[in-house]
Structure formats: C-alpha cells, structure tokens
Design a protein around this ligand. Structure first.
Ligand SMILES: Nc1ncnc2c1ncn2[C@@H]1O[C@H](COP(=O)(O)OP(=O)(O)O)[C@@H](O)[C@H]1O
Ligand SMILES: O=P(O)(O)OC[C@H]1O[C@](O)(COP(=O)(O)O)[C@@H](O)[C@@H]1O
Length: 312
C-alpha cells in the first residue's frame, strides 16, 4: 500500500481562457474543479489506474469539506485530519496554446498540535505502507525543523520515503535519506544552485543529490521528459505530447506511474513518462486512466547524450 502525504492540499479550480489579458473581464471557455495538492494527485492517479493508496490530508473550513467531498466522489481512501484553518484554493488559468498560469494560496497555518496530529497519523499508517510519498509545499506554521523530524522518523522507522517538494523541504528529504526524490527542473536548479542547460547538467545535479543522501533521483524536465539516477545508473526518457492542455499535475502523474511500475529501471521510467504525458493532455488537474495512456511514444535510453540541450 502506498501512503501519500499532502501537508498543504488544495481545491484546484482550473479556468480555460482564450487568452490571458491582465485588467480585463475574461469569459472562461471551460472550468474544472478537482481535489488537489501533489500527494493527493499521486493518490488520484494511482486510483485511476486501479491502484489503491491512502491520502493523508489536513482539512479545514468549507473548502476542506469540499476537498473531502471531491475525494470521496473519486473514491480516494483518505485520512483527513481536522484543522482550524481553511484549506486553500489554487487557481489555474489555461490557454489553448498550453500556457498555464497558476496562482497558489499559501494555505492554512498548522499549529504545533495540528502538525503533531498529522505526523502521528502518518507515522501510524506508515508502518504498513510500501511507500510513504510526501509531496507539495509546506503550510505556514510548522518550520522546516518539524518537517525534517518527520522525514527522519519515517526513514528511521524503516519506511521507504519519497519526497516531491521544493527548497528546504526537498533538501530535508535528501538529508534524511529519502529513497526517492522527484524534483522538477526548477527545484533541481534551486537544490544545487545551478540552472541546468544540458542533460549532462541534470545528471550531474542528480548525482549531487544522491551524494547528499537521496537513494534515487527522478528529475522531471517538462517537455524534455525525465531523468532517473539511482544505484543502477542513469536513464533518460522523453514522452512527446502534440497538444499540451494543462501541465498541472503532470509531475504527480509521472511519480505515480513510476511508483506503480516498481520505482526502478526502464519499465518504471517508461510508465511514469506515459502517465505524465497523458496528464499533460488532459484539462485542469485531471489524472489519466488506462484509456489515456500511450506508451508507444515514450522512449528511454541508458546512454543519454549529456550534451543534449534542454528547452529554454
Ligand atoms: N510540454 C510537455 N510535453 C511532453 N511531456 C510533458 C510536458 N510537460 C510535462 N510533461 C511530462 O510530465 C512530466 C512532469 O512534468 P514537469 O513539468 O517536469 O513536472 P512538475 O509538474 O512537477 O513541474 C515530465 O517529465 C513529462 O513526462
Ligand atoms: O503540477 P504539479 O507540480 O505536478 O502539482 C500540481 C499540484 O500542485 C499544486 O499546484 C500545489 O503545489 P504546491 O503544493 O507546491 O503549492 C496543486 O494546486 C496542484 O494540484
């Protein structure tokens, strides 16, 4: 069983506009409301493909009730931990050319007591989980020290920890010895203090995160696909998408597919890339199901060209 942890979940509202013009009243051509947050999306993608998981989410206010209702409607198993604050709403503005503008609220502050309650729920459930997947931003309130302690307690108790976060939270997961981290290009650049220009730069940065404690690094690169660096070596893959519709949730789908296929080797990277590409082809934060997946356009190599430039 996979346990996902979203310390700062969201109700995702996606609006599709012909063109985004500041200062104007725009009419949405379409709109979607989905349960959101990175760990929530991992659980949603897994469930869409017949794999059950449990999503730990702090929830509060009317938006928290809406999040629970949305997750129940999709049949996602969850551990909802009540908080006093109001669960956030994140807004996506998507244009026909695939441009996505996202406005994410900070989210509700968790008190020390509330974070301790969430941590207890996670640690209790982790004892029977194959993976504990901690994803997304940290809410205001608990500092990085509290997050670091949670990661260390999970690794120390023998859990296989995966972390998809940014900044200090990503580095905390690395230092705690997470079995897997999933930075995107921007998060990888921030973690190593250098903007990658080529595939070789990405591979080098992944090696640095492994040297700092991560077991495996799955670096997602948008249209440039993804790179996996682990004890087996280096793999790189691409998954072309002819008409990107919304990249929101693509990284979560990539991670979910990778985990679903065993989190190791070419087959797992292929599956992750197929799920990621399928998510990009769907609106809003929609997660792909079996009918959306096309593995035929995915290509993975154990001998990537390090000089290959990344899209600017
Ligand atoms: N424009 C795109 N074309 C093709 N695949 C894409 C595109 N954007 C994202 N993907 C797929 O989704 C995965 C995750 O996207 P990325 O934007 O890197 O993650 P995140 O959503 O975490 O920022 C990529 O590794 C790739 O497989
Ligand atoms: O596009 P990604 O990185 O896969 O994740 C999308 C999810 O992350 C969010 O943008 C939240 O991200 P943060 O937790 O980093 O604020 C959600 O609104 C959305 O469901």
């Amino acid at each position: 069983m996979i346990l996902t942890v979203t310390l700062n979940p969201s109700v995702d509202r996606a609006l599709e506009v012909d063109v985004l013009v500041r200062g104007e009243v725009l009419r949405a051509a379409d709109s979607h409301i989905d349960p959101g947050g990175k760990g929530v999306n991992v659980s949603r993608a897994l469930l869409a493909n017949g794999i059950r998981s449990t999503a730990v989410v702090p929830t509060g206010g009317a938006e928290g009730d809406q999040l629970v209702d949305l997750l129940n409607a999709e049949g996602v198993d969850m551990l909802a931990v009540p908080i006093a604050g109001r669960t956030r709403s994140n807004i996506t503005l998507a244009e026909p050319d695939g441009t996505v503008t996202k406005i994410n609220e900070a989210g509700p502050a968790l008190s020390d007591t509330e974070f301790a309650q969430v941590s207890k729920a996670v640690l209790d459930a982790a004892s029977t989980a194959d993976w504990v997947v901690v994803c997304g931003s940290l809410p205001p309130g608990p500092g990085i020290a509290a997050f670091t302690e949670l990661c260390e307690r999970l690794v120390g108790s023998g859990s296989r920890l995966a972390v998809d976060s940014s900044g200090a939270a990503l580095l905390a997961g690395v230092a705690a010895g997470a079995a897997l981290v999933k930075p995107n290009r921007e998060e990888l650049a921030e973690a190593v203090g250098r903007e990658p220009a080529t595939l070789g730069d990405v591979i080098e940065a992944c090696h640095r995160l492994r040297a700092a404690g991560a077991g495996a690094v799955l670096a997602s690169l948008g249209a440039d696909g993804a790179v996996l660096v682990d004890a087996d070596g280096v793999l790189a893959g691409v998954s072309p998408v002819s008409v990107p519709r919304s990249t929101v949730g693509a990284g979560d789908a990539l991670l979910a597919g990778f985990l679903a296929a065993g989190a190791r080797g070419s087959a797992a990277l292929t599956e992750g890339l197929a799920w990621g590409a399928a998510a990009v082809s769907l609106p809003g934060s929609r997660m792909p199901g079996p009918a959306d997946l096309d593995r035929t356009h995915v290509s993975v190599t154990p001998d990537p060209d390090p000089s290959r430039p990344l899209h600017s």
